[in-house]
Design a protein around this ligand. Sequence first.
Ligand SMILES: [Fe+2]
Length: 288
Amino acid sequence: MTTSPTVVSFFDTATSTISYIVKDPASTACAVIDSVLDFDYAAGKMTFDGADQIIAHIRDNNWRLEWLIETHVHADHLSAAPYIQQKLGGKLGIGDQICLVQDTFGKIFNEGTDFQRDGSQFDRLFKEGDTYKIGNLTAHTLFTPGHTPADMVHVIGNAAFVGDTLFMPDGGSARADFPGGDARTLYRSIQRLLLLPGEMRLFMCHDYGPNGRDIQWETTVAAERDHNIHVGHGTDEDTFVKMREARDKTLSMPKLIIPSLQVNMRAGKLPPEEDNGTTYLKVPINSL
Ligand SMILES: [Fe+2]
């Protein structure tokens, strides 16, 4: 029988991101997926209210944090994983194709040789089909590139954390136009997800409340197969690619893409301080 993990959700209104605590029902072990650091870009100010809520929830329940998972290098929010790790421990993991992302954005941000492009800032680099434990729970990874070249879906018991491969059925799918993204690859990754058992619970990384509905983040594989507006009802690959590429041309860049990439490609850590003790982020002109 497949275990049903306890899932606690945290919605960040500034970036429409959902972070999760996933807990083994048979022990105190848990994992945090896709945490968010609060960043006021105009003021250059970082705060940790969202991450502190996650930390408080884990501490108040006497849970033990074993893993911090990033489904991919997010372009719309900064990860709070190192902040949470510093307080609670646990290992930080991401897909092994992070090296490609580090190479791409290492060039765009003209990082020096001290910026490692081998994923060594993380504790674990997951490959397709890898397994790991959260207490007695078994988790495994599915490599699902397309939105970015390094996306992983984490299947934990009867729940899958889909990152930005899929949105809720009425939200469709994520954009595929960032450097290294590809609509056709995304379609093929989504098809793999749709082959998971129909009753499997799916947890989104984002929801924007389309058509004025309340924010939602949980659905099932069957509901996506039957109702997803971009890939449901057996939509074929060419139809999807045409729709996705046309739609992506109309989207503006996420507000926090420039700070997010510089921080998240470093596993959520900041670039080194300059000689005045201040940390700076760059803005590349006309190169994204
Ligand atoms: Fe994303």
